[in-house]
Design a protein around this ligand. Structure first.
Ligand code: KMH
Ligand code: ZN
Length: 280
């Protein structure tokens, strides 16, 4: 028998694509199924345990096409052990009814944003009835939500949701702070500390990600407060000023290096499934 592995205590989630960057602007963005699977495999080898997925159509445009979503979930399950989280946020242009249908593709987890937010010059729409419909659907379908909090008001909306509608499927409450979106809370250590202090007691784990230049301050603040990390080209396209990300695995590798400095070890996919109580 080999040496027993130290249990991991750092969940690294990779968000490799997003819906707001075009392939023309960033050819390294994984937009085809082949690119996504290759990315997921390299990110898993580098230490990621969960993938937050947005997909693209044949012209590399964001889509919520159910056939493609299902094919993507199946391929990621076949080719990796990663926890597969589908975005229900889609792009700022996706209608709410299409975003609800994402759960038909049977992901392990789904993102669930806790309120409407300005998103640059656009609006990312999440009216309360949509939030509660999506939450109830996730409970029925036994899909574990990741609550996306873009603002301090979203933290309070999460209190309200859990008070009125109970716990998610599996009983764990996992949150991701998405910081530094123009229109949301800033990507600063101060804002992270305020958001974490206000989280409901029912929260069992949380990660954070900082958009663009707030990536490193947010990652360091999250590690300091005992949080987990989300990284990926959905959130940042440079490693440093003028140094483009060439592959999402570089961001995962950096997250693992930062974690190591904080004496945190990346979780395996199985450990992440236990943490989030993903249906087996
Ligand atoms: N594309 C953003 C408008 C999510 O995936 O749930 C929304 C987003 C959040 O990316
Ligand atoms: Zn997303």
């Amino acid at each position: 028998a080999g040496t027993p592995r130290t249990p991991g205590n750092l969940l690294v989630t990779v968000a490799p694509t997003g819906a707001e960057t075009s392939k023309d602007d960033c050819p390294a963005l994984p937009t085809t199924l082949e690119e996504l699977v290759e990315t997921a495999q390299r990110c898993e080898a580098a230490g990621a345990a969960m993938v937050h997925v947005h997909i693209r159509d044949g012209e590399h445009r964001p889509t919520l096409d159910l056939v493609r979503l299902t094919e993507t979930v199946d391929a990621l399950h076949a080719e990796t052990d990663l926890v597969v989280q589908l975005s229900t946020g889609g792009s700022v242009h996706d209608p709410l009814e299409n975003r609800l249908k994402v759960l038909d593709a049977q992901p392990d987890s789904c993102s669930l944003t806790m309120g409407t937010t300005n998103f640059g010059d656009d609006v990312f729409l999440n009216p309360w009835p949509f939030v509660t419909d999506l939450y109830r659907l996730s409970q029925e379908r036994e899909v574990v939500p990741e609550f996306e909090l873009f603002d301090l008001g979203h933290v309070h909306a999460l209190h309200r949701l859990l008070d009125k509608h109970g716990l998610p499927f599996g009983g764990r409450v996992h949150v991701d702070l998405v910081m530094g979106v123009p229109g949301g809370m800033p990507g600063t250590a101060d804002a992270l500390v305020a958001a974490v202090a206000a989280l409901p007691d029912a929260v069992t784990s949380w990660s954070a990600t900082g958009i663009g230049r707030s990536t490193l301050p947010v990652a360091l603040a999250s590690l300091s407060k005992g949080g987990h990390l989300r990284v990926g080209m959905e959130d940042v396209l440079t490693l440093a000023k003028g140094v483009p990300v060439e592959h999402n695995a570089q961001l995962v590798e950096r997250a693992v290096r930062l974690g190591a400095l904080a004496q945190r070890t990346p979780m395996s996919c199985d450990e992440a499934r236990d943490l989030l109580q993903i249906k087996r």
